[in-house]
Ligand binder design. Structure first.
Ligand code: ZN
Length: 1021
């Protein structure tokens, strides 16, 4: 516990919050003073359920005769109207009445096929699009919930929230009060808003003049996380009202809503902090609200805190007031400046005892990084690049950042990498902290990319927000594209746009080739569906198609379009159609951007462009590329139905061997094309720099000519094109379109390859093949082949931790792969360095740590494993911990692997957010894959309770553990285990995993004989 000063939890509760009442705006329109407190309380005694019991008893809407006392308002166990005895009495009467009614209905009432006939209340709303039409929602008290729609009524618009909150970090109790001003666009008796796990203790609605409106009903429906409030009179159209709610809740433990996180300080004490994570649908768990992205409003916040804490919000503190003693502790209240108009999911607040580092950007913009005290020295890199990237984006978009400050804050327990809350970005430790000695080049780059991503959101997502989550890709696709531009601008020598294809385009192409993929724009309704689309398609395919758009629009039009879009929709919302229209406008309507891009966002998948040559003519045809076990002519290619019939507007680019500097462009308008080439051209290479989102297949002669050129002088193609050829050849083989000998023959050129991007691409495919082949005859031969191909490049990268950024990245990745495929020189060198580190405490250079730790663990025993485990538990460097977590899974001893898996069930040993890393490395290890799968089955329910119900993590676990299984038995086992199980937001990941296992089985069956023959021939040469 953090605070020695707080009294025990059962101490009397007297929270010094503001009295409920109408907030009257003063002259300048930003600050509020509290005016009269008008009494209206329904069942002032405590919890919401009690209120409902009172309503059932017929006292709803009556004012407490004595009027509310301060005590009855603030106390949890207040006296007054609804004593326990009375509640019990009421409940008994109600039950008896209900029972009697049901008996009467059963025997005398009208008979109907539909059990719900006649039950729906007069204002029951059953919208057309709602898929659960026949379902009638029930409120917590058993009454019909009159609003049957996961979306809120569109005619209620919140305009301003005034939130006061007091989290107690000792008892974890939260007391909150919110006053929401809203505008009504049509006459109605009721409003509906969101609330999740909140106990509403008091509520009041006032009109513009401050008169109380009598509330006649309040219901909660947990299924849609909604509350329904009905009044006696009507809310009149074009009028404004204020809803005041007082509530209590508890700080959660599951990384969403308003939750508690901990860290250990240098004395070994556990310190507590309270933080929020609201995206996509968790703001409702911290305060009642209209929790939809298009319902933007201004937010004003007050936070009660202890003296030794600080409180952070999206906006800066304006005043801090001493509010006296509460539970033996001197309390302060921070009042924050009112925000600009923003979506609920971007609201954030943190209460912690951190320290900070801060500076101003060149444009004088204040940036602060908050960390636990021991980490401030690792915050400077983040601080520095934030100032640069903020200025760069403001210039690039030609739109200034609209808030007065930018804070970055570390949250030790965090579900995702980071979260773009406006002006208060939250980060996992390893996404922000940089230690110049300890952090590897890969982690260094990833920190820069994550920060650039969240900063891009400050414009794309925060200033202009998608109208609804079906366009999540607008947020995430843009941020995932712009993050590379941002870092590229800062570190041009990192060649980020070349790396873009390995990090974004290729993984998106891989996933989007499955029939269980989804279109970039996808209809979603409930929180589980919303959660499930935070995936590679929304992020990386979104980014890749924007990259393609940027190429055919050219930089200047792209930039003008972005500027136009941000200015047109600032502080507002937009959808995909509106974005495309802005771009069309910026090409002076010379390109119908919407027509083109609809074919990329509205249907899943992407085209395979097949290039064939007839004399001096090239014929380019397009069809959907799909990994399927059903053969080339399967109907799967046209399923599910698409209004574009799986045809695309493809900006086909190519170079030819007679002048590789000259890039040609040809539009394929949902059709095939023919074009002429010079008679002396031997090959063309299409999809230049892999900047288009499609794959390319050549005829046999052209493949042969390309492979021949690669092997003679691979630098005829630039690095991105070489990567693109490797990626296409290996993937076309996986799809059964290309004989395995083609990628294998092509890969022989890699003996001379010295660039990072082609190697990163090849390693990805090598690892994938080695996992899929691990139970087939070819496996050991394949490792021998990898050793032969990779030995020269291991010598090139060497062991001297020097050189440019990309060489360092490459060294780490090449040597680590060399250890996995057991290249002797690398293994023995790595083992020596490991022993010197373990026994003599010699430092390992940061970029060699991965290879050294992996080799030490893989070829070592208990002592080596234990040394790494101890280091993991003591090191203060987040990136070091992540590396060690990965390395620990490389053990060859099944007992160690089993022990390691069991550690993931202990929250204190492995944070839930890191469990996926452990399961992924253990299942990628041939010794561990079955253990990992058995572990997932055995502890699935435990893990679900560790991670909460609808988090981003469960789907990741399924893919990590099952995606490389490749036998029919595995398929049977996985599908049987999950059959009929409700996996929530993980359902798409499960479907994708099952499809992948099927593809693996099929591919091994089709190709293993050919692969075996080729490999045996090659290794015996
Ligand atoms: Zn994002």
């Amino acid at each position: 516990m953090p605070l020695g000063t707080s009294p025990p939890p059962d101490a009397p509760v007297e929270i010094p919050m503001e009295p409920m009442g109408r907030y009257k705006q003063n002259g300048n329109g930003t600050n509020h003073t509290h005016t009269s407190y008008t009494s209206q309380t329904l069942c002032p005694s405590a919890s919401y359920t009690n209120n409902l019991a009172c309503e059932l008893g017929g006292v709803a809407g009556t004012e407490s005769p004595a009027g509310p006392t301060k005590k009855s308002l603030y106390e949890n166990n207040g006296v007054a109207a609804c004593s326990q005895k009375r509640a019990l009495f009421i409940a008994t009467v109600v039950f008896a009445l209900l029972f009697l009614t049901s008996v009467i209905i059963a025997y005398t009432g009208p008979q109907s096929d539909c059990t719900c006939a006649g039950e729906k209340p007069p204002n029951f709303v059953d919208e057309d699009w709602n898929v659960t039409k026949t379902f009638v929602p029930r409120a917590t008290n058993g009454q019909i919930f009159p609003w049957n729609n996961v979306r809120l009524p569109p005619y209620i618009k919140p305009t301003r929230y005034n939130i006061t909150i007091h989290p107690n970090l000792t008892t974890l109790e939260v007391k909150g009060q919110v006053s929401i001003e809203f505008h009504v666009e049509k006459d109605t008796h009721f409003i509906v808003l969101h609330s999740k796990n909140l106990s509403i203790t008091d509520k009041m609605i006032q009109d513009r003049k401050g008169h109380n409106l009598r509330i006649t009903k309040m219901l909660e429906y947990t299924g849609a996380q909604q509350i329904y409030i009905e009044i006696k009179d009507k809310f009149r159209k074009r009028n404004n009202y204020t809803l005041n709610i007082r509530y209590t809740t508890k700080l959660g433990m599951d990384y969403e809503g308003f939750y508690v996180s901990t860290y250990t300080n240098e004395n070994g004490d556990t310190r507590f902090l309270a933080t929020t994570h609201f995206e996509p649908t968790y703001a409702r768990a911290a305060f009642p609200c209209f929790d939809e992205p298009q319902l933007k409003a201004k937010f004003k916040m007050s936070i009660f805190r202890d003296r030794f804490h600080i409180a952070l919000f999206n906006m800066p503190v304006v005043t801090t007031e001493d509010v006296g003693f509460y539970m033996g502790t001197g309390l302060l209240r921070d009042d924050f400046k009112e925000s600009v108009e923003m979506s609920t999911y971007l609201v954030a607040f943190v209460i912690c005892d951190y320290e900070h580092v801060n500076t101003n950007s060149d444009r004088g913009f204040p940036v602060t990084v908050y960390t636990p005290p021991t980490f401030t020295s690792q915050a400077f890199f983040a601080l520095n690049i934030t100032t640069h990237i903020m200025d760069y984006y403001a210039d690039f978009f030609m739109v200034p950042y609209p808030l007065p400050k930018q804070d970055l804050v570390i949250i030790p327990d965090f579900a995702t990498g980071a979260m773009e809350n406006w002006g208060l970005i939250t980060f996992r430790e390893s996404s922000l902290l940089f230690d110049p000695v300890e952090t590897s080049t890969a982690a260094h780059q990833s920190i820069a990319v994550i920060i650039a991503h969240e900063l891009a959101h400050q414009w794309f997502g925060n200033l202009v927000t998608m109208k609804w989550w079906n366009d999540l890709w607008l947020n995430e696709g843009f941020a995932s594209f712009l993050e590379y531009l941002g870092v590229d601008n800062l570190f041009p020598e990192w060649k980020m746009m070349e790396q873009f294809i390995v990090d974004k385009t290729q993984p998106a192409l891989a996933l989007d080739a499955l029939s269980s993929s989804h279109p970039v724009s996808v209809p979603v309704h409930d929180p589980n569906e919303i959660e499930a689309i935070f995936d590679t398609i929304s992020f990386s395919k979104g980014a890749a198609i924007l990259h393609m758009l940027g190429k055919f629009l050219q930089q200047e039009t792209l930039q003008n379009g972005l500027n136009d879009y941000l200015n047109t929709y600032r502080f507002n919302n937009a959808d995909t159609k509106e974005l495309w229209n802005v771009f069309s406008r910026n090409t002076n309507q010379s390109l119908d951007v919407k027509l083109i891009m609809d074919t990329w966002t509205q249907q899943m998948g992407f085209p395979l462009i097949t290039i064939t040559r007839e004399d001096n003519e090239i014929i380019a045809t397009q069809e959907r590329f799909l990994l399927t076990t059903e053969g080339v002519n399967s109907t799967a290619r046209s399923m599910p139905k698409s209004k574009h019939e799986y045809k695309w507007y493809v900006p086909l680019t190519y170079i030819a061997d007679n002048d590789t500097e000259c890039v040609y462009n040809v539009w394929m308008n949902m059709s095939d094309v023919r074009f002429e080439i010079d008679p002396d051209v031997k090959w063309i290479k299409a999809n230049v720099n892999q900047s288009g989102f499609y794959r390319v297949m050549y005829d046999d002669a052209m493949w042969a000519a390309i492979i021949n050129t690669l092997r003679k002088n691979h630098t005829v193609f630039n690095a991105a094109d070489r990567a693109s050829l490797i990626d296409d050849a290996f993937t076309l083989c996986r799809a059964g379109l290309l004989n395995a000998t083609v990628p294998l023959e092509m890969s022989l050129y890699l003996i001379n390859e010295r660039d990072y991007v082609p190697w990163a691409t090849a390693i990805e495919h090598f690892q994938s093949w080695s996992r899929i082949l691990s139970e087939s005859l070819s496996y050991k031969l394949f490792l021998q082949y990898m050793r032969k191909i990779m030995t020269p490049v291991t010598k090139f990268v060497g062991w001297n931790d020097k050189g440019p950024h990309l060489k360092k990245l490459m060294r780490s990745s090449i040597l680590s792969t060399a250890v996995l495929c057991e290249i002797n020189d690398t293994v023995s060198q790595a083992k020596t360095v490991f022993q010197n580190w373990m026994t003599k405490n010699e430092t390992v250079p940061s970029d060699l740590k991965e290879v050294v730790y992996t080799a030490g663990i893989k070829y070592g025993g208990l002592a080596e494993w234990q040394h790494c485990w101890d280091t993991y538990n003591t090191t203060k460097v987040a990136s070091e911990r992540k590396l060690l977590l990965k390395a620990l899974g490389a053990a060859s001893d099944p007992w160690l692997l089993q022990r390691y898996l069991l550690e993931t069930l202990e929250r204190d040993m492995v944070k839930p957010q890191d469990v996926k890393i452990v399961l992924a490395v253990v299942s990628a290890n041939p010794e561990g894959r079955l253990h990992a799968w058995r572990h997932l089955k055995a502890y699935w329910p435990t893990m679900q309770s560790l991670f909460g119900n609808a988090t981003f993590m469960m789907g990741g676990l399924i893919s990590a553990v099952t995606a490389h299984l490749s036998t029919p038995y595995d398929y049977y086992d996985v599908s049987t285990y999950f059959k009929g199980m409700h996996v929530g937001s993980a359902s798409r990941a499960l479907e994708q995993s099952l499809e992948t296992i099927k593809l693996n089985i099929n591919w091994v069956t089709q190709n293993q004989a050919e692969i075996y023959k080729w490999l045996r021939n090659y290794v015996n040469q």
